[in-house]
Design a binder for this molecule. Structure first.
Ligand code: GLU
Ligand code: ZN
Length: 491
C-alpha cells in the first residue's frame, strides 16, 4: 500500500531574530520532506500583532534563503492553501470558531481574570488541579444574560473531552495525558483575536499536514490540539490527525536550556562570524540526530538520504560551540578553492577589512587563498590572516613583538635578510631554505628562526604558512619590512 504523501510545515512566529533552535526545526522538517519527496509548507504565524514585525518577517525569509532551504508552498511561492501568513487568514479562523461554538465543541467563558486567579489559588490550596474548572461549561440562559448585562466580554474556550488522550510521538513513543491535566483552554480572545491554540491546528488541518515536527516545548499543547482535531474532523474541516514528533531541548552553557536571548543562539551571529550554511546545518543536525556513530561531518545530501525522524534521540542535546566551529572548519576545507575565495569576499572589504578598498590586490588574494583555506575555522578569520598583504605596514601588537624578538633576534634577522635577498622568490621552498640556513648559522631550529621573520613581515606570531606568505607579499616589501624591524630593534 502506498502511503499518503508527506506534508510537513515550518511555521515560525516573526518575533525577533531567528535562533538556532528554530533553524534546527526548519532543518529537520526540510530534510524529512526531501527524504520522502514530500511537501514543505512554510507558514508565518503572525497573529500576535504586538510581538510580530515586518522586519522579523523579512529576516526570516532572508535566513531561510541563506541557509539554502526551499519550500513548496508559502510566502513568495504561493500554493493551493494561500495565503500563508496567518494575519491574512482571520476570516477562516472566525468561521471555524463559529462552527466549534455552534457544534458545542467550544463555549463562551465570561470569567474575569481576577475570578480565575482566585479560584486557581483556592484549588491549589486545597491540593486540587489548578487549571480552568469548567465554570462556564453549562451556563443557563439566565446566567448568560446576567453576565452580558454586566458588560462582560467572553472569550471562546474549547471543551476538552473528559477522557485520557494518548498518542504515539514519533520521537518519544506513546504518551498519555489525563483529563485533569489538560483543562478547557481559550481559543479566541475577548476582543475576537484568535489564539495560537486555534490557528495553528486549524491551519495544519486545512493545509493537510501529515507530520508535525517541532520542539519539545510544544509537547504539552499536543493533547489539546488532538482533541481540537477530533472536533474539526467531526465538523468536516479536518481529514486526519497528523503524526507528532517533538525534537529534544537544546542545552547551552551550564546545562541550561538555550534561550532565544542567549547570544550563542542567534543565527545572525553565525552569519556574521562567517559560518558556512552547510557547516552550521551539519552541526545543528547533530542536535538530536546522527548519521552514524563514527561520522560527524557530512553533506546535506547525505543527511537527506539518511534522515528519519524515528532516529531522533529524545534526550536533551548539548550545544557545543567548539564542535560547531570544528565542523564548520571541515566544511571550509571541503569547498572548491574558487568557491572559498568567493565566499570570503565580504571579509576582504570594509567594514570588515581595515585596508582601503583600492589596496586590495586580486592576484595576491588568489595566490594566498589556498593557504588560507586550510587554516580558518570561520570565514571572518580571513581578515586578520591576510591583512599583511593589503595594509601598507604590518600591525604589531606589543605582546607578539616581545614574544618573537629575543636576544639575538637582530643578528638572526640580519642573516635571514641576507639569505632571502639571494633566494629565488618564485619558490617558497627556496625562501624556506634561506631562513633555515640563517637559523643554522645561529644555532636555531626552523621554528625558532622563523618567528622573528614572521612578526617582522606580518606583525603576528601565528598565521598562514610563512614562506608562501612571503612569496605572495613579494621580495621588495618583505625585505623592506625586515629592515624596518631591524631599525625598530636598534632604536
Ligand atoms: N509558531 C509556533 C512557534 O514558533 C509554531 C509551533 C508549532 O510548530 O506548532 O512556536
Ligand atoms: Zn468561565
Amino acid at each position: 500500500m502506498a502511503s499518503a504523501p508527506v506534508r510537513v510545515r515550518f511555521c515560525p512566529s516573526p518575533t525577533g531574530n531567528p535562533h538556532v533552535g528554530l533553524v534546527r526545526t526548519a532543518l529537520f522538517n526540510w530534510a524529512f520532506a526531501k527524504h520522502h519527496q514530500g511537501t514543505l509548507v512554510f507558514r508565518i504565524e503572525d497573529t500576535d500583532a504586538a510581538r510580530d514585525s515586518e522586519e522579523s518577517y523579512n529576516q526570516l525569509l532572508d535566513s531561510m534563503r541563506w541557509l539554502g532551504f526551499d519550500w513548496d508552498e508559502g510566502p513568495e511561492v504561493g500554493g493551493p492553501h494561500a495565503p500563508y501568513r496567518q494575519s491574512q487568514r482571520m476570516d477562516i479562523y472566525r468561521d471555524v470558531a463559529r462552527k466549534l461554538l455552534d457544534g458545542g465543541y467550544a463555549y463562551h467563558c465570561y470569567c474575569s481574570q481576577d475570578e480565575l486567579d482566585a479560584r486557581r489559588e483556592a484549588a491549589r490550596a486545597a491540593g486540587k488541579p489548578s487549571g480552568y474548572d469548567g465554570h462556564c461549561r453549562e451556563l443557563t440562559a439566565a446566567q448568560v444574560e446576567q453576565y452580558q448585562a454586566q458588560g462582560r466580554e467572553p472569550i471562546v474556550r474549547f471543551r476538552m473531552p473528559d477522557e485520557p488522550i494518548t498518542f504515539t510521538d514519533l520521537v518519544r513513543g506513546e504518551i498519555t495525558y489525563q483529563p485533569e491535566n489538560v483543562p478547557d483552554y481559550g481559543i479566541v480572545r475577548a476582543n475576537g483575536a484568535p489564539l495560537y491554540t486555534l490557528v495553528n491546528p486549524v491551519d495544519d488541518a486545512l493545509m493537510e499536514i501529515t507530520h508535525v515536527l517541532r520542539g519539545e516545548d510544544l509537547l504539552s499543547s499536543t493533547p489539546r490540539q488532538i482533541a481540537l482535531y477530533k472536533a474539526l474532523i467531526e465538523l468536516g474541516v479536518a481529514k486526519e490527525i497528523p503524526a507528532f514528533g517533538h525534537l529534544p531541548y537544546v542545552m547551552g552553557e551550564g546545562n541550561k536550556k538555550l534561550s532565544k536571548r542567549d547570544p550563542q543562539s542567534s543565527l545572525n551571529l553565525y552569519r556574521e562570524r562567517g559560518f558556512l550554511p552547510e557547516g552550521l546545518l551539519n552541526y545543528l543536525s547533530l542536535l538530536g540526530w546522527s548519521l552514524s556513530a563514527d561520522q560527524d561531518v557530512f553533506t546535506i545530501d547525505e543527511m537527506v538520504a539518511a534522515f528519519d525522524v524515528s532516529d531522533v534521540n529524545p534526550n536533551p542535546a548539548r550545544f557545543d560551540l567548539k564542535k560547531c566551529e570544528a565542523i564548520n572548519a571541515d566544511h571550509i576545507r571541503m569547498l572548491d578553492v574558487k568557491d572559498f575565495a568567493e565566499r570570503c569576499r565580504p571579509w576582504l572589504q570594509p567594514p570588515h577589512a581595515p585596508w582601503a578598498p583600492e589596496a586590495f590586490d586580486e592576484a595576491k588574494w588568489q595566490a594566498i587563498a589556498p593557504h588560507a583555506q586550510t587554516r580558518v575555522k570561520v570565514l571572518s578569520e580571513i581578515t586578520d590572516n591576510v591583512d599583511f598583504l593589503f595594509l601598507p605596514e604590518p600591525v604589531f601588537d606589543e605582546a607578539s613583538w616581545n614574544k618573537a624578538m629575543k636576544e639575538g633576534s637582530d643578528a638572526l634577522l640580519r642573516t635571514a635578510r641576507e639569505n632571502l635577498a639571494a633566494a629565488d622568490w618564485t619558490s617558497a621552498e627556496s625562501l624556506k631554505e634561506a631562513v633555515l640556513a640563517a637559523g643554522e648559522a645561529h644555532g636555531l631550529k626552523l621554528g625558532k628562526a622563523q618567528a622573528p621573520v614572521r612578526v617582522a613581515v606580518t606583525g603576528r606570531t601565528v598565521g598562514l604558512p610563512l614562506f608562501e606568505s612571503l612569496e605572495v607579499l613579494g621580495k621588495e616589501k618583505s625585505l623592506a619590512r625586515i629592515d624596518a624591524a631591524l631599525a625598530r630593534l636598534a632604536g
